[in-house]
Design a protein around this ligand. Structure first.
Ligand SMILES: Nc1ncnc2c1ncn2[C@@H]1O[C@H](COP(=O)(O)OP(=O)(O)OP(=O)(O)O)[C@@H](O)[C@H]1O
Length: 732
């Protein structure tokens, strides 16, 4: 090897008259620009000691630049040793030199703690910086070049260097650099050179990366487009199926893409229904429809509910469901009825003239239903709905209906809509007019439709109203992607999944789109076991809500419908509960139920017991010993100042179950990945400052540990706290 080459010196192309290309292989072939090549191994310049030294210094500089903090500190500490001897030779007043230590220490602590909020890191740096004048003062007096001082100095320097190198801040930084390097390698492989990793967060099923793509010359929309191939390339490099890598444009920054990688198969578990799996919440009290949307299933990506709002502050929202045979329509309707019938101010009616499943399974839960071939009944239900709309609109002047148990939202489910309004339906013409009325006028009157058909074309719906007036669109597994256009035009551009190919082989998938075109895809809760569902319906019993008595009285045949029929003689004196509506008191106000309807009363009584129990579950038992006001104030003060407390004080503070449980549960789920403070704040559902205080107390209890500070801080269960190498990251 040539000498110049060995020492890393490089000939200047300018001086050699070369081509100007950098690097060894493409070096200048000619001497003095005369076109004659150098003989192998011959150089024009002689190698001097100065050049070797300069090359050495440059090489060392480059070496330090690769890890400036650790190598820079090591170099500084090494240089300080002889500097001590120089001080000794110069002979300044040691006390004066040492006096620099306190101000230096103070400014270092303030600067580093403000930046990183890490006590360990700041303390190490402060001690190291303060030790410099201390060392120089010591050396000025005693000299540096003697054996005991050498041993003392090297061991102290090694200690300071190690503490700094393994501080939480540097470990976080190293882990981040490692992630960045891994991303760089992946980015190069998929043609995204010059992109930059901005953040990497753990998700329920994997990780989510935000990538700055401004330097790549590509647009976020271009990369996020389904046909861009980026997701497929990334999936190939990560050895995952393509659908487990999702690319989207950042909603707030056009130069950033978001890459969600699912390392865990989202479909590996069943989506069981809490009412069947025994995991239903202890809060058994029936809620109002205004308390939140109905829950149909789970979005496996985010773990969020697959929700459907049928009524909220904006009034009713009709639902248009397209579901080919075998796609899970019955299961979805089971979920819809289960959820709606659990609200105290919703009445559900079902029309299923083709298969009769709704009435056969949920008969006693439904306020009325039409089964196989019961076309007259179907028309009657639709006509009742029309009267309810007219009467409520008359009473309210078109204002949005306010649901209550005695004036409930009326939710009418129609399965196989083509059997009712389709071209071949025996009641098509009459039913079409009634269905159109509900679709067009039912929103503000609290009369809501959920219709299902196998296809989204007019031959099946009989009318364009489901397309035009249903806010909610639901598409289950379809046989052809083009079928989705009949329901949700522009679904592809909006980034919605193709329900022909979405989660192949998985039953019960659904895409739910609301009136604002916000969508969520996932899996419907498994209520496909009809025997279990029938038993559930039996437990649920008759609805508590009942129509306004005045309106019920106007509905022909309403009082004679199955279990809700109430003989007029059974209505209490003074009451006007006619035809199965809510009875009214003599002053004209509603009782809320029909007092003659024994099932409703039984149900109400059960609900009341359940509600009382649910409300009492969180009540603390009265303490055996009384607590003085002073003790309470002192305890409040201690909790509020947990951050500043002595650890012994924090250890004496018991952490309440409702605080400790969500924190420890989340950290246990996360394992070695830990969790950020804002995630824990969200899990506990209290303010940031309150949770920060409890985290400090849990730390002093020894239940959890924290690494890093500020936004970089991560919390772990003690057994999962990372050891020396916290750099777990992007492990495909
Ligand atoms: N959410 C789900 N979870 C698990 N399995 C499901 C789910 N939904 C549907 N299935 C499976 O798919 C089968 C068909 O479902 P379902 O009976 O609900 O479909 P359908 O659309 O009503 O069919 P059809 O139109 O023929 O009556 C069920 O027996 C069940 O095995």
């Amino acid at each position: 090897m040539a000498r110049g080459e060995r020492f890393g010196t490089r000939r200047s192309p300018r001086r050699t008259g070369g081509s100007g290309r950098r690097g060894w292989a493409g070096g200048a072939p000619s001497r003095y620009g005369d076109g004659l090549p150098y003989p192998a191994g011959a150089y024009r310049d002689r190698l001097s000691a100065g050049r070797v030294l300069a090359a050495g210094v440059r090489g060392y500089g480059r070496w330090v630049a690769r890890a400036p903090e650790t190598r820079g500190l090591a170099s500084g500490l090494a240089a300080l040793y002889p500097a001590g001897e120089v001080m000794h030779a110069l002979g300044p007043e040691p006390l004066l030199v040492g006096a620099l230590a306190p101000p230096l220490a103070l400014s270092t602590w303030v600067g580093t703690y403000k930046a990183h909020r890490s006590v360990k890191y700041s303390a190490t740096l402060t001690a190291t910086v303060a030790a410099v004048p201390g060392w120089l003062a010591f050396a000025a007096h005693w000299g540096a070049f003697n054996l005991p001082t050498l041993v003392g100095y090297t061991s102290t320097a090694a200690l300071a260097w190690s503490a700094f190198t393994w501080s939480d801040v540097l470990r976080e930084r190293r882990a981040w650099q490692a992630r960045q390097l891994r991303w760089d390698a992946l980015a190069t492989a998929v043609g995204l050179e010059d992109s930059k990793l901005i953040s990497a967060d753990d998700t329920r099923l994997g990780q989510c990366f935000r990538i700055d793509i401004r330097a790549t010359g590509k647009r976020a929309s271009q990369l996020a487009r389904p046909g861009s191939g980026l997701a497929e390339d990334l999936a190939a490099h990560l050895a995952l199926p393509t659908e487990r890598v999702r690319i989207s444009a950042d909603a707030k920054h056009a130069g950033i893409i978001v890459i969600a990688v699912q390392l865990i198969d989202p479909w590996q578990g069943e989506v069981t229904h809490p009412a069947l799996s025994g995991t239903a919440s202890a809060d058994a009290a029936r809620r109002s429809i205004m308390d939140g949307p109905l829950v149909l299933g789970l979005d496996p990506d985010s773990g969020d509910d697959l929700a459907l709002s049928v009524f909220d502050k904006a009034g009713g929202h009709h639902t248009f469901l397209v579901a080919p045979t075998g796609s899970g329509k019955t299961t979805l309707y089971n979920n819809l009825i289960e959820q709606a019938s659990d609200r105290c101010d919703v009445l559900v009616m079902g029309i299923d003239v083709a298969k009769g499943t709704l009435g056969a399974i949920w008969g006693q839960v439904l306020d009325a239903h039409a089964g196989i071939g019961e076309y007259d009944k179907a028309l009657q239900i639709l006509a009742w709905a029309g009267v309810v709309i007219t009467e409520r609109s008359r009473a309210s002047g078109g204002r949005n209906h306010k649901p209550s148990p005695s004036a409930p939202v009326l939710l009418i489910l129609i399965d196989e809509l083509d059997e009712v309004t389709g071209y071949n339906s025996p009641i098509g013409t009459q039913a079409k007019a009634l269905v159109e009325k509900i679709y067009r006028r039912g929103r503000s009157a609290g009369v809501v439709l959920a219709t299902a058909s196998q296809r989204g074309v007019i031959q099946y719906t009989g009318t364009k109203d489901p397309h035009a007036n249903a806010d909610n669109k639901i598409v289950l597994r379809v046989n052809r992607a083009s079928e989705m256009n009949n329901v949700i035009p522009g679904w592809e551009l909006a980034g919605m999944p193709n329900m022909e190919t979405y989660a192949r082989g998985v039953h019960g998938v659904a895409l739910v789109v609301d009136g604002n075109s916000l969508w969520r895809a996932g899996r419907v809760r498994d209520l496909s076991d009809l025997d279990a569902v029938e038993a559930l319906a039996g437990r649920r019993g008759a609805p508590v809500a009942c129509l306004e008595s005045a309106i019920a009285a106007m509905l022909p045949g309403y009082g004679e419908r199955h279990h809700r029929s109430v003989p007029a003689s059974a209505v209490p004196s003074g009451g006007k509960g006619i035809g199965g509506g809510c009875a009214t008191r003599s002053d004209g106000t509603d009782w809320g139920i029909n007092p003659a309807d024994s099932t409703a009363i039984d149900r109400l009584a059960q609900d009341m017991v359940a509600e009382i129990e649910a409300r009492l579950t969180d009540m603390p038992a009265p303490p055996a010993q009384p607590t003085s006001l002073n003790e309470l104030i002192a305890a409040k003060h201690a909790v509020e100042h947990a951050d500043a407390n002595d650890p012994a004080v924090n250890r004496a503070i018991p952490v309440p179950e409702h605080i400790a449980r969500p924190i420890l549960r989340l950290l246990a789920q996360r394992g070695p990945a830990g969790a950020r403070r804002d995630e824990l704040v969200a899990a506990v559902g209290r303010s940031r400052s309150v949770v920060a205080g409890w985290l400090a107390i849990l730390r002093d209890h020894g239940s959890i540990t924290a690494l890093g500070a500020g936004r970089a801080a991560r919390y772990y269960l003690r057994e999962y706290a990372p050891g020396d190498d916290a750099s777990e990251g992007y492990e495909p």
